[in-house]
Design a binder for this molecule. Sequence first.
Ligand code: ZN
Length: 475
Amino acid sequence: MIPTIDHSSSALVDENEKNEVMENLEPLAAKPSSPRPKKKSRTEKEKAEIIPEPEFTTVDHIPLTTHTDSFGSDPIPVSWSHPDPLIRGPVICTVRHSAQRNAIGAHQGSYCIYTGLAVAAGKLDPDYVPDLRLTSPVFKIGPYPSWSDPKKISALDPFGHLTTTAYKDYLDKGWDIRPTIAVTKAHIDLPECREAVATGRLKADGKILLPSGQSICSKAAIEPVWYLPEIARRFQTTESNLRRSIFRMTNGMYPELITRPDIKIFLPPIGGLTIYIWGDPETIPDEDIELTCRVHDECNGSDVFGSDICTCRPYLTHAIEECIRTAQNGGCGIVIYFRKEGRSLGEVTKYLVYNTRKRQEGGDSAETYFNCTEQVAGVQDTRFQALMPDPLHFLGVTKIHNFISMSDMKYNAIVNSGIKIVNRIEIPPDMVPEDAQVEITAKVFHGYNAGKAYQGIDANTLKETKGRDFGYNKE
Ligand SMILES: [Zn+2]
């Protein structure tokens, strides 16, 4: 028998109850300075009523999910978007509690397979429960009202970094609950920032930017956690069609997508994202304090190895400089780095497209830039920005003063999710690498927000803009 789970959305949550819960979460609340009446915390008896006893799966037992009563037969109830983490319920996706699991998939995104390898190689005890005692966030994020709005957050777990506090009582009872978000700090050292200090583009302040060119930032790594009904809504399809399509296109990797429509949470085996913040993260929700932001999709070839066929790394480092500048002026700068390599088609597809671009009749041309991807992959782009704004809402963003991007898809997704954008900043033309003229010209011609710097690109420019000829056809 399939058990019932409460999937009530925030619309069903009483407003007063919501406010009360947000206050109960202090000292994690957004603005601790604002005076609020002290709420009494839950008694041990109340907690015992909410938190069930864990059931443990034995190592040797392999529960096939096609057998009834094996996977999620007694799932911990989840009420997605409820502002109280205990009522919302923890996301249980560990192998230790297979009967009580309330999520499909596995932790660690695409790295979950390596965990299987580690067990196969005898390097990891499959019963090992992580020691999370020293892992809690080193700075505070939320809670924010956006956390209880599924239209704003359904692609990550907003309590994913608060496992050791919000679900402490579960951990104390022996539950194996894994954080899906980790929050830490870093010093980062980029040659572009060193150059910016050396040439005077940026001035070291000793706090955010050191004379060496190193900058000091806060960061958070996030694994995707999808609430399937809302993911389907954002893709303008039905939940059952979404489940069927993923099942089919992964060769049936997740049968529970089909067999367990009552389990609404999916940890997909895809790359996650990293948030980098310069300045004080607590200023982010304040619309009067300047906020600079770039949402960057991974491009390993350019970002790390400096390939000149695209504008990715220069645009990224330009954004980092602008973030540092904003932080130095008392504001905050955010870069969100998504693992969406090659427009989420992957690096193999990307290089196949490069070869097609260079080999096609007439060579690499701005005119055929978008067609080549479609010719190889059947689709121009699978990044689908509909889920992209969630980490912004996780941070409490409601207004971006400087948006460092020319992409209309990104701009529209953010604005349609309820965040205001004031200025849109294009990449300075002198930062566009030689072989990337094809990309920038094609994008500007096809309606990317180009600003004043790229005016005058017409059909003729499109025709005339050619990329480097490697002579592949002569080999
Ligand atoms: Zn690139």
